[in-house]
Ligand binder design. Structure first.
Ligand code: SF4
Ligand code: MG
Length: 318
């Protein structure tokens, strides 16, 4: 099928309660229909904020979000309704994201009834049973409550809730991070199968680079709310350009090989409220020079399509 320019987000400051937190800064990206675009970075880099902003849970005070060509960040909640069915989110903690006082049936039927007021009882319950089967939870458990399920089953139920409205786009924020390692692969496979069957587009937030390498078409690397690098998964993992990307990758132990490179990643991540001047990474970057502490690097597109924001790469000294 044709590749559709699906989302564009050029974020600025994000209002969160009354404080203004500069959490995501000039991130501009198109998510293409049918792809998995992963966002990686250490905690506090703004990856969750980016996903929630795309979903309309946070409002950017600068920048725009477009969905299939239509601007959606400034819509009233009523006009946002059609997008609420097309765009869904899966959260890290399935226990916190499922209402403990509702049965699985109630959890799954509620959005279907709300968005399809003309559906009759049987149609609604057929839809719910079908999606439960798809995620591997037997519909006989529909009258049970979330706490009666294991963590993996609960995440299956929250994936069912995301799928039940037949969405096009899912933002998944660390969807396997809270689960036992033994069931992470099952949930990942479930997400991948659902993508294949339904042609879903994923914005996948993760700190787990081996998972990201396995599932992604493209990867966005963020640090302190800024884009470091945006590349195809293949290029990013075989030919990382940005010093921060290299540092992240060198921390992954490679099977049957040495833990690649000797890129140092030291020091704490500064707070996003008091961003450093110049390149946000300069305090931890072994390649930093005087220009880096004073001038914000621009995003350059290299010949292989990789986008990288780094003076050193631009100057050809890295
Ligand atoms: Fe390092 Fe400078 Fe590149 Fe930032 S701009 S990553 S400090 S070399
Ligand atoms: Mg997070």
């Amino acid at each position: 099928g044709s590749v559709i320019d699906q989302l564009r987000f050029t974020g600025g400051r994000i209002h969160r309660r009354k404080t203004v937190v500069k959490a995501v800064n000039s991130v501009s990206l198109d998510v293409q229909a049918g792809e998995t675009l992963s966002v990686v970075g250490e905690s506090g880099c703004g990856k969750s904020t980016l996903a929630r902003t795309v979903m309309g849970l946070y409002r950017p005070n600068k920048g725009e979000i477009h969905y299939r060509g239509a601007r959606i960040d400034n819509l009233s909640s009523h006009r946002m309704l059609p997008y609420r069915t097309k765009m869904q989110m899966v959260f890290q903690d399935p226990y916190a994201s499922l209402n403990p006082r509702m049965t699985v049936r109630q959890i799954l039927e509620e959005p279907v009834r709300f968005h399809n007021p003309n559906m009759n009882r049987d149609e609604v319950s057929d839809r719910v049973a079908e999606v439960m089967r798809q995620v591997g939870v037997d519909p006989v458990w529909a009258t049970n409550f979330p706490h009666e399920f294991s963590g993996g089953q609960r995440q299956r139920i929250s994936i069912a809730r995301a799928l039940v409205l037949d969405p096009e786009f899912i933002a998944a924020d660390e969807p396997i991070a809270a689960l036992d390692v033994s069931i992470q692969a099952q949930i990942l496979n479930l997400l991948m199968d659902a993508q294949e069957q339904r042609g879903l587009t994923y914005l996948f937030i993760s700190h787990d680079l081996s998972v990201v390498e396995h599932i992604s078409n493209r990867v966005l690397v963020m640090y302190l709310g800024c884009v470091c690098e945006l590349a195809s998964a293949k290029e990013l993992f075989s030919n990382p350009k940005h010093p921060y990307t290299r540092a992240l990758l060198s921390a992954i132990p490679k099977l049957g090989g040495k833990a690649g490179g000797h890129v140092k990643l030291s020091g704490d991540v500064p707070t996003p409220i008091n961003l450093p001047t110049g390149c946000v990474f300069h305090g931890r970057c072994q390649y930093a020079d005087e220009r880096c502490s004073r001038e914000i690097p621009k995003q350059h597109t290299l010949a292989n399509g990789t986008v990288v924001a780094c003076h050193g790469v631009e100057e050809g000294r890295i």
